[in-house]
Design a protein around this ligand. Structure first.
Ligand code: ATP
Length: 885
């Protein structure tokens, strides 16, 4: 039987895949790409335009309407039939247009986050799109990355992979390259394989691609594919549910209109049927969920332009409700551009530029050797904390690379944010043994130091030395400097095995400290102030020292200098009983010296207070906190793939100010959806009410063509245009909305009700006046005139009410009245389409209207204007009442 990949030795694997450890040549890659296809999981196919178009007719009401239209046609009512067909087709076209637009926006989001991989091809290391990997490619892996395809590991160094996506097991698995003997092992036990879409939590490795795309293990799991379905937001669900309820309500009313119409002998059965179905079609808010989706999706596009990439649609909604933003300090609030400012050595604090750099100085050696940054042609690359140390030495014209050659690196213990140290073991050029150099957080390093290098002498570290060092540290940290401490010790690599922090980072000789400045991002202070006025509290979470964190937090006005109890450290958090933490959490704005695991605790404690929390994160270990937060915010530049994958939103510039811009956008989107809903539903209510009362009162009833036309022209256009309204000026001066708020909160529901009643009342009022004071036509036309005037009034009311809807409670008489171009054009277009039915005689018969004289138009105008005036007066009253509260 053929052996499986996990049973093959490395050479056998290479042979099977017809590859070498130097990587494939370009021609071979091309060939294989053509043979195996792209390394992507097949997404669900989107419906084609034609399919989308026909999907719009899968609606029972529309089908009944079409059948009724056909009947009307045979009964000789050509005009109704034509209008019904026209409206149905136009509705379908709009539906397709909206769906396509929402889909495009969502696809664009997916494209923005395409991952890349480091591969070895033709002996060279290069970065390629992960989708272009082929079987036989040699891929380099590192903690924080996501495995881009199924791999047989060739070489591993402390590699740990979390395979929950595949096996459900959330504890990371240790991996190694050795071949396994058993053939039928569960996936989770094939330790020498790495699977596509699993998370590398620790270490590094090299592997060869054995399967790509749909041939991979995740590709084989059909259920995974359904996850590509776009997520539905809680409020979208809410609105879909509501539209269903409204549909039932409208259907009942339509049925009632039909029955009463027949009972009172108002018209022929066919006509009443057409009327009531038209009413149902017009008043059922089937477009509502689409408007919500499209507004959310368009919001994501605007956010993307502002450098906030939304990965999950619900984030747009939650952003608008954000109450707490917990932000990392380094890189998000600050620039992550470190430079060495001060140096503490031989019990003295000096300015960095006055320090004499010498090759035999263990401080300089530790700075350069306990350092993973690399000098490349493009400059220094690596962790800014480390590049700053090299930069400092280069600026002093020190031969950095010579020193590295003399002290060849033998081994290292990587930095991790738990112990906050990193060490390297190098050859000692003056001895056969080695040296260990350690750098990291002072508190950690001092605990592990027993001696001190003082003026060239190594002696015991005394309590007095410690006092002095801590005082210097405090002095540096309160100037907002990040402090790194350095130590070394003679070392024997052979004797200390296995090499680990516990075995090696002990009994060190303390040499000195460095204070580094990391300037704050210039726009951040303003953004924090804006957040504050928007009722949002900013928290700082950092691995840095308490004093450094406090100093920066004070400069950024995250805490008040007088607030002595606003800062807590990770250590103190650990000591605190859980109940105490939950009780007191609102006391602290700065969380210093925290490890990623504390972040989950912090988010949960705030959430228990009922707060909507956004939290930033970049490292692998931040993933749980990013998932726990209401809005996990990943870093586009410095973030690991794992963290990005766990987040709801990614900042493409890593900047705190971008979060605030996104919140602002989230609030705008939410407010606009409310505006659309308020407008649309009050219009529908107005229509239903008018028709219902016309039937009940024994008045003439709107013709189906009229109902459908009003609905098509004056409802749809403005409702969509309201979705792209600009933000109102005070949007960041309001408190965040309640986390349980829906689109109907904040008075939207009552506005819909009274505005709907008002629309119906005014329309019927105009009809009534027209009957009481007939103007010009023969008595035969009194009713036809009145109906035409009612039709015109309802249309006008809706067009003017669209302006009211630009602000829920604010006045519309400001300079922003015409600031939405889409809106303006939609009103112009809707007005033309609406009034051409009356003003252009050729259309009169089709729409069953008469021509009106100016006195009649005046009545219509007054009816319409009253809508505008009354709603603005109500809003005025609301504002006055709110002020007096
Ligand atoms: P945040 O990004 O959450 O604001 P941070 O980036 O400042 O936090 P860490 O990177 O975890 O937090 O750093 C915490 C501490 O670890 C620093 O104050 C510093 O003393 C030490 N440290 C940071 N980077 C290194 C490194 N490369 N080598 C050794 N020690 C380091």
């Amino acid at each position: 039987m053929k052996k499986k990949y996990h049973q093959l030795s490395i050479n056998e694997t290479l042979k099977t895949l017809n590859a070498t450890s130097a990587g494939l040549p370009a021609t071979e890659v091309e060939k294989r790409l053509a043979q195996f296809g792209k390394n992507v999981l097949a997404a669900q196919k989107n419906a084609s335009l034609i399919e989308k178009f026909f999907n719009q007719f899968k609606n029972l009401m529309i089908i009944i309407l079409l059948v009724a239209a056909v009947i009307a046609l045979f009964a000789g009512d050509l005009s109704d039939a034509i209008i019904i067909f026209l409206v149905v087709v136009l509705n379908a076209v709009f539906g397709v247009f909206q769906e396509a637009k929402a889909e495009n926006a969502i696809n664009a989001l997916k494209k923005m986050t395409t991952p890349s991989s480091r591969v070895k091809r033709n002996g060279k290391i290069m970065i390629v799109k992960s989708s272009e990997l082929v079987p036989g490619d040699i891929v380099l892996l590192e903690a924080g990355e996501i495995v881009p395809a199924d791999l047989r590991l060739l070489e591993t160094s402390n590699l740990k992979i979390e395979e929950a996506a595949l096996t459900g097991e959330s504890v990371p698995v240790d991996k190694s390259a050795a071949a396994l003997t058993e053939a039928e092992l569960p996936l989770g036990d094939r330790y020498n394989l790495a699977y596509m879409n699993t998370n590398i939590t620790y270490g590094t490795a090299e592997g060869i691609v054995i399967a790509t795309g749909m041939q991979t293990e995740v590709g084989k799991i059909a259920a995974m594919l359904n996850q590509t379905k776009s997520a539905v937001t809680p409020l979208q669900k809410n609105i879909t549910h509501l539209s269903k309820l409204l549909s039932i309500l409208v259907l009942s009313i339509a049925a009632l209109v039909f029955i009463i119409g027949i009972a009172l002998n108002r018209s022929t059965i066919l006509n009443m049927l057409l009327t009531s179905i038209s009413l149902a079609v017009a008043a059922i808010p089937e477009g509502l969920p689409a408007i919500v989706t499209i507004t959310l999706a368009l919001g994501t596009q605007v956010m993307a332009k502002k450098k906030a990439l939304i990965r999950k649609l619900p984030a747009v909604e939650s952003l608008g409700a954000t109450q707490i933003i917990a932000s990392d300090k380094t890189g998000t609030l600050t620039q992550n551009k470190m430079s060495v400012e001060k140096i503490y050595r031989n019990q003295q604090l000096v300015s960095a530029k006055d320090y004499t750099v010498q090759a035999n100085d263990p401080l300089i050696q530790a700075m350069i050797l306990a350092n993973d940054s690399q000098q490349t042609e493009q400059g220094l690359s690596g962790d800014p904390t480390e590049t700053a140390l090299i930069q400092f030495n280069l600026e002093q014209n020190f031969a950095v690379s010579d020193l590295k050659k003399t002290f060849r690196r033998q081994a290292s213990i990587p930095f991790d944010s738990e112990r906050k140290l990193m060490s390297v073991v190098t050859q000692d050029p003056q001895a056969t043994e080695q040296l260990l150099f350690t750098k990291g957080a002072l508190d950690e390093l001092l605990q592990r130091s027993t001696q001190i290098l003082d003026d060239g002498q190594i002696r015991s570290l005394t309590a007095a030395d410690q006092q002095k060092i801590l005082a210097a540290n405090h002095q540096l940290a309160t100037q907002a400097l990040r402090v790194l401490a350095f130590a070394y010790t003679p070392f024997n690599l052979k004797k200390v095995q296995p090499l680990s922090s516990a075995t090696a980072e002990q009994e060190l000789i303390f040499v000195g400290m460095v204070g580094m400045i990391d300037p704050q991002r210039p726009e951040v202070k303003q953004a924090i102030a804006e957040a504050k006025s928007a009722g949002i509290r900013t928290l700082m979470i950092t691995g840095d020292h308490r004093d450094t964190a406090t100093a920066i937090a004070q400069r950024l006005e995250i805490i008040d200098p007088a607030d002595k109890d606003g800062v807590i450290t990770g250590h103190e958090l650990d000591q605190l009983p859980a109940a105490e933490l939950d009780k007191r959490i609102e006391q602290w704005s700065v969380y210093a010296r925290v490890a990623p695991e504390h972040k989950v605790k912090i988010v949960k404690a705030w959430q228990k207070k009922g707060k909507v929390v956004a939290m930033t994160g970049d490292g692998v270990n931040d993933a749980p906190a990013l998932k726990t937060a209401d809005i996990g915010v990943g870093m586009g530049i410095t973030g690991t793939e794992v963290a990005k994958n766990a987040s709801d939103m990614i900042l493409s510039d890593d900047n705190f100010a971008t979060i605030i811009a996104a919140v602002r956008e989230g609030r705008r989107v939410f407010a606009n959806i409310q505006k659309s809903i308020q407008y649309l539903l009050s219009a529908n209510l107005g229509e239903v009410l008018t028709l219902f009362l016309m039937t009940m009162l024994g008045w003439d009833i709107f013709a189906p063509a009229q109902i459908l036309w009003i609905n098509l022209v004056t409802d749809t256009f403005p409702a969509i245009a309201l979705g792209v309204e600009k933000a109102e000026g005070d949007i960041m001066k309001r408190a965040p909305r309640e986390s349980k708020a829906t689109f109907f909160s904040d008075g939207v529901m009552s506005s819909i009700l009274y505005q709907g009643l008002l629309e119906g009342g005014l329309t019927l009022g105009v009809y009534w006046i027209a009957i009481l004071f007939p103007f010009h036509h023969s008595t035969a036309l009194i009713h036809a005139d009145a109906l035409t005037m009612a039709f015109a009034t309802l249309g006008l009311i809706q067009l003017l009410h669209a302006f009211n809807s630009k602000s829920l409670h604010g006045t519309i008489f400001t300079k922003t009245l015409f600031n939405n171009r889409t809106f303006n054009w939609s009103i112009v277009l809707a007005s033309i389409l609406m009034f051409a039915t009356i003003l252009v005689p050729a259309f009169n018969a089709t729409f069953k209207v008469t021509t009106l004289v100016w006195q009649q138009w005046l009545v219509v105008l007054i009816g319409g204007a009253l809508m505008l005036v009354i709603v603005e007066l109500v809003k005025f009253g609301y504002r006055a009442a709110a002020k007096n509260k």
